[in-house]
Design a binder for this molecule. Structure first.
Ligand SMILES: CC(C)(COP(=O)(O)OP(=O)(O)OC[C@H]1O[C@@H](n2cnc3c(N)ncnc32)[C@H](O)[C@@H]1OP(=O)(O)O)[C@@H](O)C(=O)NCCC(=O)NCCS
Length: 178
C-alpha cells in the first residue's frame, strides 16, 4: 500500500496532488513535446505516447509511492514534480526533478512550485540534502534552482549523451537548514 503523501500548498491556483488515471489526456498533451523532454531524463521519452502515459500512471516508470505529484491548474495536470531518496550510505539525500507543459513556461510557475516543494521534501523525507542535476543548456531550470536557494556544487563533465550530443551535467543542492 503506497504511503499517502500530503503535498505542500503552492498558491497562485497551482495545486500539487497524486497522479490519477484521469490525468492521461492532459499528461500526454503536455508531455509529448520535444522541447519539454530535451531537458529531462530519457525515462521521459519523445515522442510521448498514450502507452508511455499509461505506463507512468500505472507506476511502471517511476515509483509512485514516493512523493511524485502532478502539478495542476484548475484541476488539470500541467506538469509534474517528484523526488527519489538515494540508497545505502547516501540515503540522507534525495534527487528531484520536474517539468511543465510549454504553454505554462515563463510565468514563474516552477519557481513557485519548487519554493513549496523543496523545504517540504527535506522535512518529509528527513533529508540532509536535496539535489538536482541540470543539463548544460537548461538555463531556465538552473535559474529555478538558484532562485530557491540551491547552490551549484560542480559540473559532471561530458556525463550525458542526449539526442546524439554530449553534455555536461550541473549538480545543484540545497541543504537542510543547520
Ligand atoms: C525548466 C522549466 C521547469 C522552467 O519552468 P518555468 O515555470 O518556465 O520557470 P519560471 O517561469 O519559474 O522561471 C524561472 C527563471 O528562469 C528563467 N528562465 C526560464 N526559461 C529560461 C530560458 N529558456 N533561458 C534562460 N532563463 C530562463 C526565468 O526568466 C526566471 O528567471 P528570472 O526570474 O530571473 O527572470 C520549464 O522550462 C520546463 O519544464 N522545461 C522542460 C523540462 C525541464 O527541463 N525540466 C528540468 C529538468 S532539470
Amino acid at each position: 500500500m503506497p504511503e499517502a503523501w500530503r503535498p505542500p500548498a503552492v498558491g497562485r491556483g497551482i495545486v500539487l496532488r497524486a497522479w490519477c488515471g484521469d490525468d492521461l489526456d492532459a499528461l500526454v498533451e503536455h508531455a509529448d513535446d520535444a522541447q519539454v523532454s530535451r531537458g529531462t531524463s530519457d525515462r521521459f521519452p519523445h515522442p510521448y505516447t498514450r502507452e508511455d502515459g499509461i505506463a507512468f500512471l500505472a507506476g511502471r516508470v517511476v515509483d509512485l509511492s514516493a512523493p511524485v505529484f502532478a502539478i495542476t491548474l484548475d484541476g488539470r495536470a500541467i506538469g509534474g514534480i517528484g523526488v527519489r531518496t538515494l540508497t545505502g550510505e547516501r540515503r540522507i539525500g534525495a534527487e528531484f526533478g520536474y517539468w511543465l507543459g510549454r504553454r505554462h513556461w515563463g510565468r514563474g510557475v516552477m519557481t513557485s512550485v519548487v519554493a513549496a516543494f523543496a523545504p517540504w521534501a527535506i522535512d518529509a523525507l528527513a533529508l540532509q540534502r536535496l539535489q538536482a542535476t541540470v543539463l548544460d543548456f537548461n538555463h531556465g531550470s538552473a535559474r529555478v534552482l538558484e532562485k530557491n536557494g540551491f547552490v551549484e556544487e560542480g559540473v559532471l563533465r561530458r556525463a550525458v549523451c542526449k539526442r546524439g550530443a554530449v553534455h555536461d551535467l550541473r549538480m545543484f543542492a540545497r541543504l537542510r537548514a543547520a
